[in-house]
Design a protein around this ligand. Structure first.
Ligand SMILES: Nc1ncnc2c1ncn2[C@@H]1O[C@H](COP(=O)(O)OP(=O)(O)OP(=O)(O)O)[C@@H](O)[C@H]1O
Length: 317
């Protein structure tokens, strides 16, 4: 349903994404994980053509049969209002602070031609569905009267209002405390399954992404370096970067022991080496790693881009 095919994005001539190739099937949840600056947000924003000024995208982003780069204004508006919904990190930056929650929710429905009173009833139902209490009062309240967790539920309710084919969620719980995070992610995932919506879920938290998603795509310096089934994350992670991320989780060491970290600092696509993007920080880098870009190739249950992994050589009959 959604397909990135060798997507490359440059901003003012500097590479931000290189050769991003990834697909999301109808109803599937895919987690996009990686350190800050690895290009997760740019990948997701490119679906709705929300890249910053000066950005130039090449390659393809297909939504269904449509190449989103070729959509005209009307097609783009339809995709943004009906087919694809986006949930951002900070709900307070999404909801207009001077309008009521009722206005925010009914606006989406009124745009679809739903009458004022039906939109009000539907908005109340949507809020109840995402676990918001005292619905009638909430509809009259303004964003500053709600907690962050409650407001993010309102944003999720709005995202579900049109039963979109795809929900793009960019770190939807980062601004919330840990207990609220779990509740909000669970609600988002349960409701999107009921609506049959696919999900592209950005997170820097591998475990959280694995709990929510069917597959995980790991990004580093503007590239996807590994894709694997979420339930095989611990057993099948083969890329040295994914393995390093897994070792860096709190909970992997005894209390008082020093937590493992990925040596060096995060890199962006424009300062990554010419060969493997992870070569400068990889403890195993050797031979061709610094000069030759590894391709994303099948291994075990997924795909990985690493010269050091054993590959099956095609048999000569
Ligand atoms: N408006 C912009 N102009 C120029 N470069 C930008 C702009 N926005 C982002 N970038 C650069 O693009 C790269 C990818 O950024 P992106 O926001 O996609 O990363 P990310 O993985 O989502 O990070 P985070 O987890 O911090 O949100 C980074 O190097 C960033 O500095």
């Amino acid at each position: 349903m959604l397909e990135f095919d060798h997507l490359r994005v440059e901003i003012n001539g500097r590479p931000i994404l290189r050769d991003v190739t990834l697909s999301v099937a109808a109803g599937e949840a895919v987690g996009l994980v990686g350190e800050s600056g690895s290009g997760k947000s740019m990948t997701v924003k490119s679906v709705l053509r929300l890249l910053p000024p000066g950005a130039r995208a090449t390659g393809t982003v297909r939504f269904g049969d449509t190449d989103v780069h070729t959509l005209d204004g009307a097609g783009l508006r339809r995709m943004r209002s009906e087919d694809v919904a986006m949930v951002f990190q900070d709900p307070r930056a999404t909801v207009n602070p001077v309008r009521t929650i009722g206005d925010f929710l009914t606006e989406v429905l009124r745009d679809q031609g739903v009458s004022r009173s039906d939109a009000r009833t539907r908005a109340a139902g949507l809020l109840a569905d995402v676990g918001v209490d005292h619905v009638a009062r909430r509809l009259r309240q303004r964003p500053h009267e709600l907690s962050g967790g409650l407001l993010q539920r309102v944003v999720i309710a709005a995202a579900l209002a049109t039963s979109p084919k795809l929900i793009l969620a960019d770190e939807p719980t980062t601004a919330l405390d840990v207990t609220t995070q779990e509740e909000v992610v669970a609600i988002l995932n349960e409701r999107r399954r009921e609506h049959g919506s696919a999900l592209l879920f950005i997170s820097h938290d591998l475990e959280l992404a694995a709990a929510v998603c069917d597959r995980i795509a790991v990004m580093y310096a503007g590239e996807i370096v590994e894709v694997l089934p979420a339930d095989r994350l611990h057993e099948d992670a083969r890329h040295p970067y994914t393995q390093a991320l897994l070792r860096s989780r709190p909970g992997t060491v005894a209390p008082g022991e020093r937590l493992a970290t990925v040596p060096g600092s995060p890199q962006s696509a424009f300062d990554a080496p010419a060969g493997c993007v992870f070569a400068d920080r990889c403890p195993q880098a050797a031979g061709p790693c610094r000069d030759v870009r590894p391709a994303l190739l099948p291994i075990d249950s997924g795909l990985a881009a690493c010269h050091l992994l054993p590959r099956e050589t095609p048999s000569v009959a």
